[in-house]
Design a protein around this ligand. Structure first.
Ligand code: NAD
Length: 269
């Protein structure tokens, strides 16, 4: 079977470069197209060389339309507004989109779901296998422990991260809420300061720490009377997200249009 042709948007970013390495390392696919936002310093450079590989003969362009028209699957770890535009292009061209961009507003998320009516979109706040297992365990634990256990989610990331709580922390929160059969938006407590009053029963709390070069640490704490259960994941390198995204692109071949998650890819749903 011919290799899956991968396009990478935002290819000069931290994740973009890791995605180039992962797509070139995985059997069954190769990088055929790469793009960046118009005006980026790296336009015209070779995507492989930029990622520390031998040159791939893939020049970084600024025409996302051409990239979507040519690729079988596009990997997108960019920024919310860019991801909305990329999802629309995926819908128009029928190209598979794998997106890990976090920090989307509800209206932006709705636009992704709309585009997923026309093509396969795989979206996850975290593409690592370990985190997706932690999400499945969190859902199970929340169902078993009920609301006499207080759920708090603590995350730490590097100093450059612009959104909080992390998309992964919110994903863990959604998993916990699903385990309890509630909607996260109605129970989330995102940040406390001052005289907050006593903790509400059933709340799911979030705390975000920022500093240094931490790639991503997450802990879900179930705090009960006389006992605590903690589910922790620590990312040691961006490779885990990039390898998961490439795995998702390969999984997508031949699926029906729809919005899928990494838990679907791993059979953990
Ligand atoms: P980064 O800033 O290093 O890279 C983002 C890249 O996107 C930049 O090179 C930027 O120029 C490019 N970009 C912005 N707008 C664009 C456009 N319109 N067209 C093409 N390219 C565009 O950031 P990063 O650390 O690589 O993270 C990117 C996103 O991925 C963030 O939202 C982050 O939270 C998320 N992320 C998700 C996971 C996951 O597993 N889901 C893992 C790591 C990071």
């Amino acid at each position: 079977m011919a290799d899956l042709i991968i396009g990478i948007v935002g290819v000069a970013g931290r994740m973009g470069q890791a995605l180039t390495r992962a797509a070139e390392a995985a059997p069954g696919c190769r990088v055929g197209f790469a793009s960046e936002r118009p005006g980026h310093d790296m336009l015209g450079r070779d995507a492989g060389a930029l990622a520390g590989l031998d040159p791939l003969g893939v020049s970084i362009g600024d025409d996302a339309g051409a990239l979507f028209a040519g690729a079988d699957a596009v990997l997108d770890f960019t920024a919310p507004a860019a991801t909305v535009a990329h999802a629309a292009l995926a819908g128009e061209t029928g190209t598979v989109l794998v997106t890990g961009t976090t920090g989307l507003e509800p209206a932006q998320q709705k636009a992704i779901a709309e585009a997923a009516k026309k093509t396969v979109i795989i979206q996850a706040p975290n593409f690592s296998v370990g985190v997706n297992l932690a999400m499945a365990l969190t859902e199970r634990a929340a169902a078993v422990l009920a609301d006499d256990f207080d759920i708090e989610i603590v995350e730490m990331h590097h100093r450059h991260k612009v959104d909080a709580p992390s998309g992964t922390a919110l994903g863990l929160g959604r998993a916990a809420a699903a385990g309890r059969g509630v909607d996260l938006d109605t129970v989330a407590e995102r940040g406390r300061d001052g005289i907050t009053g006593a903790r509400k029963r059933g709340a799911i709390g979030f705390a975000s720490l920022r500093g240094g070069d931490v790639i991503g640490d997450h802990t879900v704490i179930f705090a009960g009377e006389n006992e605590r259960v903690e589910i922790t994941h620590k990312a040691g390198g961006r490779e885990i997200f990039a390898a998961g995204a490439v795995r998702a692109a390969l999984w997508a071949a031949g699926r029906k249009p729809g919005l899928y998650s990494m838990r679907d890819v791993l059979g953990l749903s």
